[in-house]
Design a protein around this ligand. Structure first.
Ligand SMILES: [Zn+2]
Length: 159
């Protein structure tokens, strides 16, 4: 069997007055993430991992920042499209594993929802999506709550 692994990383600055969306789940906060789309860094890291595993260019190539078509777009729509792109190349997504690094808000109680949303967008079951959340122990700008970052790995299999 032909397996392909991919890795993705993303970071966005926190900003007042924007909706916070992580893994497709909306958090009740008075701050969100800065970016052209909904700035869902967890979903963006997963998109890049999927694209990377297939040897495709990164998310910015498919959805250029600044393109009005993607202004404030729900990043689940990007994940749906990215998943379709690799399927067109003959790949199935086997599993996704991701780590979210955020000093705030509290993520743990929302992980099951994130897994369900991300699984639906990528054509997986919730059991095939791993999400861990950690803080940055107060270290650097992520630790001061000025940014939220995410790492993801994805396994693809030739269908
Ligand atoms: Zn991003």
């Amino acid at each position: 069997m032909n397996f392909r692994i991919g890795h993705g990383y993303d970071i966005h600055r926190t900003v007042a007055g924007r909706r916070l969306v992580l893994g497709g789940v909306i958090f009740d906060t008075d701050y969100g993430l800065e970016g052209h789309s909904d700035a869902d860094c967890l979903t963006h890291a997963i998109c890049d991992a999927i694209l990377g595993a297939a040897g495709l260019p990164d998310i910015g190539h498919f959805f250029p920042p600044g393109d009005p078509a993607f202004k404030d777009i729900d990043s689940q729509r990007l994940l749906v499209q990215v998943s379709r792109e690799v399927m067109k190349l003959g790949f199935d997504i086997v599993n996704i594993d991701a780590s979210l690094i955020a000093e705030k808000p509290k993520i743990a109680s929302r992980i099951a929802e994130m897994k369900a949303v991300l699984a639906r967008s990528s054509g997986l079951t919730a059991e095939e999506v791993g999400i861990k959340a950690t803080t940055n122990e107060g270290v650097d700008e992520i630790g001061r709550g000025l940014a939220i970052a995410a790492h993801a790995v994805v396994l693809l299999k030739r269908a």
